[in-house]
Design a binder for this molecule. Structure first.
Ligand SMILES: Cc1cc2nc3c(=O)[nH]c(=O)nc-3n(C[C@H](O)[C@H](O)[C@H](O)COP(=O)(O)OP(=O)(O)OC[C@H]3O[C@@H](n4cnc5c(N)ncnc54)[C@H](O)[C@@H]3O)c2cc1C
Length: 549
């Protein structure tokens, strides 16, 4: 935690050096002592410190300075750091001005030059001021801060990225906290840059204007490029199947890399509560499961390239070569594809335009708190929709689940149906389909087609979370790996392969939701991922024998 700051300002460099020396010798252990020879420069510096979220305990300024006197400086500095103690350094001739400044400009104290000995004329008074400051001092947040607006898709994308990658951050909604004094001061300190939202502020003082997840990833040190270009096992997709294969592969000595496009955890990472995963009787959040798996994989030496996307694959003799979105390539003995499925889009006017601004695909755990006391619409009747509804019900005034059928019974697990029945602020709207989303800058209303009455109802809505099934995105494998007509990867006998999880290409495997015929569950994805490793060992041994190793 950086120490709070004592800032002294004096255009006379000898006096400045002397005051800095005295401050440092007495307070250097607990405070950072900074000096500036210009009041204008010091105000600029204070703005930078504000953006970095540094704390300033004391402002000490000489009264007689060109361009701006000490009182003027302290008054201006109060706009940036109102809680800092303010003191003036004056010559005897300025005593009257100093006394009136105390009254008019809210200055806490004035010191006469010279202040020798400081033990008598400086420290006792400063001790008093600093003790007073310490009593009200609350250490500032020392992590990443994201400034943006609730309805900005770019802000949402960033927050979702940070949350899913377990990077702690503080969210400052500059619209809803526009009247908050500290937000105002921060925006003023940022100046014109405050218009380039979302702004990401890092503890080292760096900032990203209109920042993107890829830029944040680079800044926080995520690896997107590989250390080497050859691996025993390369895994595309960091969901449960990919993570399980990585843990088992690396723990059994395979040099293993995972390439993940968004955040390790996959769909499971978006689940607010998985209740049917073996060994967790009270359930656990998908985020927690993902975090634990990532730690475990890293412990065994698995490399993560994330965010990074696989965009193509080709086979050259015994090597499987993967191309990546940044143009790089990775080759490996064995490749496992565990890219799961992605949400199906809701094809209705207005939906695409408002995505990230009230319309969301998937869990929306980032958004749950923002929906406090609002009405939330959840579209879909499967388990993922049920879990999300249960999560939103903790914050929202009411959650409405829209289903096309007559009830949830055919699409949702009974345990979730029972939980929903017992939650008074969840309501089911059956025979209902969203046919349009309305709003200019964010979602304001939805039009719902009611199949039972044949009417269209238009209702106010600020948040709509869509869970209407999912499909694989495997176009990048076209021409190499055989898939069914919906894009799921064929394995085993369906692909003419020997191993159950092997694809139409030797040494290329598929596991989890992306595999045709798989059971779409966390535990089965984990099981398949773990099982692939056995086939990989056999494949490497066979190839080694063939190429004479
Ligand atoms: C909200 C929700 C709740 C759920 N709740 C439960 C539950 O309670 N119990 C249960 O058993 N199951 C549940 N499921 C289902 C379960 O999460 C999935 O079956 C499981 O996550 C599938 O794992 P997977 O590894 O096959 O794929 P995924 O989890 O889909 O992971 C695939 C990963 O691959 C990445 N990827 C895709 N393409 C590329 C590419 N080209 N390059 C790099 N990376 C790529 C994706 O970003 C993703 O992270 C839930 C699903 C959702 C969405």
């Amino acid at each position: 935690m950086p120490k709070p700051i004592l800032l002294s300002v004096d255009d006379d460099s000898d006096v400045l050096r002397a005051i800095e020396r005295d401050l440092r010798s007495q307070y250097g252990k607990d405070y950072r002592v900074i000096g500036s020879d210009s009041p204008v420069g010091a105000l600029e510096l204070l703005k930078q410190l504000k953006v970095r979220n540094d704390s300033v305990a004391l402002l000490l300024a000489d009264q007689r300075m060109p361009n701006m006197d000490g009182v003027g400086f302290l008054q201006a500095a109060t706009q940036i750091y109102p809680e800092a103690k303010r003191a003036l350094l004056t010559a005897y001739a300025d005593t009257t001005a100093a006394i009136s400044a105390i009254n008019q400009a809210n200055i806490n104290y004035f010191f006469m030059k010279p202040w020798d000995p400081p033990s008598e004329h400086l420290y006792p008074q400063l001790d008093d001021l600093l003790e007073d400051w310490q009593a009200a001092y609350r250490p500032a947040f020392q992590g990443i801060r994201v400034l943006g607006t609730r309805w900005s898709p770019k802000s949402y994308e960033l927050r979702d990225f940070l949350a899913r990658n377990h990077v702690p951050y503080q969210w400052i909604d500059v619209e809803s906290s526009a009247n908050d004094a500290e937000t105002k001061r921060l925006m003023e300190a940022l100046g014109p840059e405050s218009g380039e939202l979302p702004v990401v502020l890092f503890p080292d003082g760096a900032k990203l204007l209109e920042g993107t997840p890829a830029q944040v990833a680079e800044k926080v040190g995520f690896r997107t490029h590989s250390e080497t270009t050859f691996y025993d096992l390369a895994i595309v997709g960091g969901g449960p199947a990919g993570l399980a294969a990585a843990v088992y592969g690396a723990s059994e000595g395979l040099h293993t890399v995972i390439i993940e496009r968004e955040a390790p955890g996959g769909q499971a990472g978006m689940s607010s509560r998985i209740e049917n995963y073996l060994g967790f009787p009270a359930g656990l959040s998908g985020n927690d499961l993902a975090r634990r798996a990532v730690v475990q994989a890293k412990r065994f030496g698995v490399e993560f390239l994330s965010p990074q996307e696989a965009t193509g694959v080709r086979i050259e003799g015994p090597y499987r070569i993967m191309t990546l979105a940044d143009g790089g390539e990775i080759s490996c003995h064995a490749l496992m594809i565990a890219t799961g499925v992605q949400w199906r889009r809701l094809d209705a006017p207005g939906v695409d335009k408002l995505q990230g601004a009230g319309v969301y695909y998937g869990g929306g755990t980032t958004e749950a708190l923002s929906c406090k006391d609002e009405i939330v619409y959840v579209i879909g009747g499967a388990n993922s929709a049920g879990q999300a509804a249960m999560n939103f019900a903790k914050y929202a005034e009411r959650v409405v689940i829209l289903v096309r059928g007559s009830s949830l019974s055919s699409t949702m697990s009974q345990y979730l149906i029972d939980q929903i029945k017992e939650t008074p602020n969840i309501q089911i709207w059956a025979h209902a389909s969203v046919i349009e989303a309305h709003g200019d800058t964010h979602l304001e209303e939805i039009s719902v087609q009611c199949a039972d009455t044949n009417k269209i109802e238009r209702v106010p809505a600020t948040s709509m979370f869509i869970f209407i099934g999912a499909l694989p995105r495997t176009d990048w494998l076209a021409g190499t790996v055989e898939r069914d007509d919906r894009g799921f990867i064929l394995t085993g006998p369906d692909a003419g392969a020997e191993g159950l999880l092997e694809t139409s290409v030797q040494g290329v495997y598929a596991a989890g939701d992306v595999r045709a015929g798989s059971i779409k569950r966390c535990a089965t994805a984990v099981g398949e991922g773990a099982a692939v490793v056995q086939f990989v060992h056999a494949h490497i041994a066979r190839e080694g024998a063939e190429i004479g190793h």
